[in-house]
Ligand binder design. Structure first.
Ligand code: FES
Length: 361
């Protein structure tokens, strides 16, 4: 087989190892780094500062991108310190916009959200997966809609509002946006331009940390709902925000049609369990035994020790982290249920070790 020293100076073995699709990727990548037949690559066309800790990345994906529905999220893979890391972000643009937008708020301890905010610039490439998620409008759009957004949970709701604008929605919608302060409102000018353009949308900002005259303050509560929503019993509700807000919303809205999307912050998988001692986790494929405390998800505890299994959403949605548990007991952190002791597949991002384990990793 011929080598191509004039294009690629790598060893002959590298060229010989390429499969047909990889060959195509290799040559296409020489033409334009965004071109690929195997991966959805997106070029960063511009970066917009939304607040002091949130940016919108404007992306031009390649031909493998199949589109999305307003409200869905997308896996974004970046290489940080030599390892590929994937996280899910909601798309904040409308499906018919020229470019994709993802709006990313920096999270304390958030590896990827901090990386995207600090390092990504115009011209960079990101790798995307396919869009997915059920946090979308129903086919028959209800006449009365209530949106409850918390912090960066506004991003999929912003996309849904743009969809309502596009279909010339004729009902009534209300957005209660819970955010730390006036300066932390994400996508403010776009939200207000939708509201200005449409007589169907009312927006209320509610500040949890720094009150502002003329605005409500506090967290989601019955009082705040009573104060702002007169038609709660007949509304269809969309909730997107951090876990405490989500839990509160679901308890306040019991019996109503509610769609919700959870935004987990780093570390929220843990359930504050303090344990004495450690348990052994034997990784059968790499023949390693490590000790973990069993206080947090197995994924977090492995990463803490420099072992980085595949992961994506880190909240039990995407199944990227599924691996076979051969023996041992885990707790499923999404519902608190304990597993059987025998063989089964587990999602290590939402599983906590309860006993010694054998994992096919
Ligand atoms: S990383 Fe998505 S389910 Fe675990």
């Amino acid at each position: 087989m011929k080598t191509f020293p004039f294009i690629y100076n790598g060893p002959r073995e590298f060229i010989q190892s390429l499969q047909p699709k990889e060959w195509a990727d290799f040559f296409l990548g020489e033409l334009n780094p965004r071109f690929s037949v195997t991966a959805i690559k997106a070029k960063v066309v511009s970066v917009i500062d939304e607040t002091s800790d949130a940016k919108t990345l404007v992306l031009k994906p390649n031909w493998l991108w199949k589109g999305f529905q307003s409200g869905q999220h997308v896996p974004v893979t970046v290489e940080i310190g030599g390892r590929r890391v994937t996280r899910f972000f909601s798309l904040s643009s409308h499906p018919k916009d020229k470019y994709l937008h993802i709006t990313v708020k920096r999270q304390k301890g958030g590896l990827v959200s901090n990386f995207l905010n600090q390092n990504i610039k115009t011209g960079d490439l990101l790798e995307l997966g396919e869009a997915s998620g059920e946090f979308v409008l129903t086919k028959d759009v209800p006449n009365e809609l209530l949106f409850l957004a918390g912090g960066s949970g506004i991003t999929p709701i912003h996309s849904i509002l743009k969809e309502l604008q596009a279909i010339k929605y004729s009902g009534k919608a209300k957005l209660l946006y819970f955010v730390r302060s006036y300066d932390d409102i994400i996508l403010k000018s776009s939200l207000e331009s939708i509201a200005k353009d449409a007589n169907w949308l009312t927006i209320h900002y509610i500040f949890s940390e720094i009150p502002k005259e003329g605005f409500s303050s506090g967290f989601l509560s019955k009082e705040i709902l009573d104060q702002h929503v007169s038609n709660l019993k007949t509304s269809s509700v969309y909730v997107c925000g951090p876990s405490p807000m989500q839990t509160k919303a679901l308890s306040l809205l019991e019996g109503l049609p509610v769609k919700s999307e959870l935004f987990l912050l780093p570390g929220q998988n843990q359930t504050n369990v303090k344990k004495e001692g450690t348990v052994d986790v034997f990784l059968t494929l790499s023949h390693k035994t490590i000790q973990v405390k069993g206080e947090r998800s197995i994924l977090e505890e492995l990463e803490e020790q420099g072992i980085y299994p595949q992961s994506g959403c880190r909240m039990g949605i995407c199944h990227t982290c599924v691996c076979k548990k051969q023996t041992g007991e885990v707790t499923d952190l999404s519902n608190g249920e304990k597993s059987q002791l025998g063989e089964e597949n587990i999602q290590i991002c939402v599983s906590r070790a309860e006993s010694n384990l054998e994992l096919e990793l």
